[in-house]
Design a protein around this ligand. Structure first.
Ligand code: AMP
Length: 115
């Protein structure tokens, strides 16, 4: 998946500010932050969107992604004030990058509903 920008990030072909990394997951700062803390968490396996998860990958990869969220929120001390985890899926979901990613937003009062 050499054309995927997030695969290029995880292969260190283009730079990013890495917040967390292990064998399965990478987390890095969003280049266009929508909150004081805006981190993208991705599985290293290229999966295009939430809709493209196989049941097998969902069972093995999603827990690793959310464990990374837990680790990051503890490390950055976000638990007291709270945060939001977002996945945009497909056109109507507002997804612009075709490698599944979860946004972790924190550091300000977030509004609801989203636009
Ligand atoms: P989405 O619209 O949900 O697909 O989110 C894609 C996110 O990727 C946006 O918030 C972009 O700001 C972010 N993004 C795009 N390119 C980069 C990059 N090179 N480094 C970090 N974040 C990026």
């Amino acid at each position: 998946m050499s054309e995927c920008i997030f695969c290029k990030i995880l292969n260190k072909e283009i730079p990013s500010e890495i917040v967390f990394e292990n064998d399965e997951v990478l987390a890095f700062n969003d280049v266009n932050p929508q909150a004081p803390t805006h981190i993208l968490i991705i599985p290293k396996k290229h999966i295009s969107s939430f809709s493209d998860f196989s049941e097998e990958d969902m069972g093995s990869i999603l827990p690793k992604v959310f464990l990374a969220v837990k680790y990051i929120t503890e490390k950055l001390d976000l638990k007291k004030e709270g945060y939001r985890i977002v996945n945009n899926c497909g056109k109507n979901g507002g997804q612009t990058v075709g490698h599944i990613h979860f946004h972790l937003l924190a550091g300000r009062q977030l509004q609801w509903p989203p636009g």
